[in-house]
Design a protein around this ligand. Structure first.
Ligand SMILES: Cc1cc2nc3c(=O)[nH]c(=O)nc-3n(C[C@H](O)[C@H](O)[C@H](O)COP(=O)(O)O)c2cc1C
Length: 207
């Protein structure tokens, strides 16, 4: 990626792609390498390194979306579920999913390392900083996968699927599922998107 696409350009290429085929333009090893790279290099509060990723490919990926289908069928009234069915089928039709977790146990370690007094000053912030860090990891991988020709979309079927996911992939109970990033070969364009004027969102003060 770095050799071919600048990060500046990759920010534009990263879009939500829902039309995905069960193929990949890059080898599985490269997908895994990209996730590993993000896990090692993305930032986390006090370098707590609480992000966890479980990569599902092929039939394992399909299993996740079968779990989501069954859970949604049980939970939602029929008209809502009917609307969800084609969406879930679309995710299942992709090539893989990265499940993103945050490991709460790492924050217990951090608390011990910091000591009671320092921890008291930041404890309230940790839940949101954990989410921020997870989002940074997700963004890095989303952007990198799409820069290499995959399409991705980001889903949140947690907590609906949490228990089955824990059982199926032996996920530690301390890991909290944050997002499911579906990927596959893009077979359709991204949806239209509008952008608010930058001048309403960015302000510069310089002296
Ligand atoms: C934190 C976050 C949560 C999102 N959750 C979902 C989701 O649950 N389902 C979905 O289809 N897209 C989800 N998206 C994708 C956004 O809808 C999408 O990024 C936005 O509309 C801009 O489109 P783009 O990704 O093509 O730039 C999420 C994006 C972010 C950043």
């Amino acid at each position: 990626m770095a050799a071919k696409t600048s990060f500046f350009d990759a920010m534009v290429t990263r879009r939500s792609i829902y039309a995905l085929a069960s193929e990949s333009p890059i080898p599985d090893e490269r997908i895994i390498e990209i996730v590993n790279h993000a896990i090692v290099h993305c930032p986390s509060p006090f370098n707590v390194q609480s992000a966890r990723a479980v990569i599902l490919i092929g039939k394992e990926h399909q299993k996740l979306w079968d779990i989501a289908y069954e859970a949604a069928e049980k939970l939602f009234p029929a008209p809502v579920f009917e609307g969800l069915k084609p969406r879930i089928a679309g995710f299942r039709g992709g090539y893989g999913t990265v499940m993103w977790f945050e490991d709460a146990a790492r924050f217990n370690v951090l608390e011990e390392q910091m000591g009671a007094q320092r921890w008291a000053g930041v404890r309230d912030k940790m839940p949101q900083w954990s989410e921020h860090s997870s989002g940074m990891h997700q963004y890095a991988v989303w952007t990198a996968l799409e820069a290499e020709g995959l399409g991705c979309n980001l889903q949140h079927y947690n907590p609906l699927v949490d228990q089955r996911v824990q059982e199926e992939w032996k996920v530690p109970v301390d890991w909290s599922l944050k997002a499911q990033m579906v990927f596959g070969k893009p077979v359709g364009p991204p949806r239209d998107k509008t952008a608010l004027p930058v001048g309403e969102r960015v302000f510069v003060h310089k002296s």
